[in-house]
Design a protein around this ligand. Structure first.
Ligand code: SF4
Length: 177
């Protein structure tokens, strides 16, 4: 059983605004979510995204190896719902926190599976498909690339998802073993 108090402290230390224990049994990988990736501009342009990140059946088998983890969130305040600058700032904060916590957890959990929000942006230009990924141990797929409905997963694990029209939440998770 994970020590959630300790994990929560690490999440806050990394800069996240919220965290919650994650029961891996609540995670569903849905074809209809994954199918939406086809309409995204980075589909087939990044090692962390479909189709390069694996088929949904392959990812289901991967996730089935976990029992628990932690959900993490960065909630940013916006001036209004068109505040693009505020959204980008919150997203950058989320990614910085995500990388920091991934690196910290990897020390204690070598089997860590880290699922982020959005495509991998570690390199200015992804090497896909011409060269292998530069940082295979440090790239993150998104929860959506795994076919996960983030809102449903938050709800099933008692983590708020919507914070009102003047806020934006970026959510990711770490599965641990
Ligand atoms: S680490 Fe670099 S090469 Fe690998 S998926 Fe991310 S952006 Fe692409």
């Amino acid at each position: 059983m994970l020590d959630f108090e300790a994990l929560n402290a690490l999440a806050l230390e990394a800069g996240f605004t919220h965290a919650a224990p994650l029961d891996a049994g609540t995670i569903e990988l849905k074809d209809e979510v994954r199918d939406m990736c086809g309409a995204c501009g980075v589909y087939n342009h990044n090692w962390s995204c479909p189709p390069a990140c694996g088929t949904l059946d392959e990812l289901r088998a991967k996730v089935a190896g976990y029992r628990e983890g932690i959900l993490v969130q960065t909630v940013g305040e916006l001036e209004d719902q068109f505040d693009g600058e505020g959204m980008m700032e919150a997203q950058e904060n989320f990614k910085d926190s995500f990388t920091a916590l991934h690196d910290r957890l990897a020390q204690d959990y070598p089997g860590l599976l880290s699922l982020c929000a959005g495509t991998c942006t570690r390199c200015k230009k992804c090497t896909y498909p011409d060269e292998p990924c530069r940082f295979p141990d440090k790239r993150f797929s998104s929860m959506e690339a795994y076919g996960i409905v983030v809102m449903d997963t938050c709800k099933a694990n008692d983590l708020q998802y919507y914070y009102g029209p003047n806020a934006i939440a970026y959510t990711g998770c770490f599965l641990l073993k």
